[in-house]
Design a protein around this ligand. Structure first.
Ligand code: ADP
Ligand code: NI
Length: 213
């Protein structure tokens, strides 16, 4: 691991001390590791990917109430690390445009580095970890698991494209859609597996919900 990455890890950890569990250091570490693996498979620039993955959530509104100031702090940090101006611009572009919230408005060209970091972040919302994060977030917001008596009732509602504020609702609203949103083939393969695991888990969840298993 190079010195810049090591120093960025220290810097990011310090800023995540009070973050809730969906966006804590462990999320950043998982995304970083996954992004590095995808970078190797796609030939993306490892340093851009590494730095963008480590810094990607600091400006999120769940972590800061002053995103513009945080952006300025990140840029200053990267300059201090002697990252080139071109690379800084590239990293900031990735961070600003990659989030799920921005995905519906961003239709520009994505570099392979952008693609890889976004895929890694989205993969972390899927599979066993994705399920854990969803319920952790739901608990944090004091939301019910679900609001229906049965699978049939719940799916009738969700399949119409209506969503409530339950955590199971979030699966239909976001988690089951992520598989189709991967940028790279390498991530798509992993997304398929994580998607299938969530479906198996959901079958069991509904069975237990209805007292059938
Ligand atoms: P990210 O920071 O990874 O781009 P979000 O900030 O939207 O994504 O969400 C962080 C985590 O919290 C994800 O795992 C996501 O699935 C989960 N999450 C977000 N909104 C909800 C919700 N309404 N119910 C349950 N989980 C949610
Ligand atoms: Ni994230």
């Amino acid at each position: 691991m190079n010195k810049r990455i090591a120093e960025t890890i220290v810097w990011v950890k310090k800023r995540l001390e009070s973050a809730e569990s969906g966006h804590d250091w462990w999320h950043i570490q998982r995304v970083y590791r996954m992004a590095m693996q995808l970078a190797e498979q796609t030939g993306a620039d490892a340093e851009i990917v590494g730095l963008a993955a480590l810094l990607h959530d600091l400006t999120d509104s769940k972590l800061t109430d002053r995103p513009a100031q945080m952006e300025a702090e990140i840029e200053a940090f990267l300059r201090q690390q002697h990252v080139s101006q071109t690379s800084i611009a590239h990293i900031m572009f990735i961070i600003r445009n990659m989030s799920f919230r921005h995905a519906s408005v961003f239709s520009g060209e994505k570099s392979v580095e952008f693609q890889v970091v976004q895929d890694a972040d989205r993969l972390d919302a899927m599979g066993a970890i994705g399920i854990a994060r969803a319920f952790s977030y739901g608990g944090y917001k004091k939301r019910p698991f679900m609001n229906y008596n049965s699978r049939a009732e719940a799916e009738k509602y969700f399949m119409e494209g209506s969503f409530d504020s339950s955590t199971i609702g979030h699966f239909y609203e976001k988690l089951f859609r992520l598989k189709e949103m991967m940028n790279t083939d390498a991530a798509r393969r992993m997304a398929e597996e994580r998607h299938n695991f969530m479906l198996i888990w959901l079958d069991r969840f509904y069975e237990e919900w209805e007292g059938k298993a």
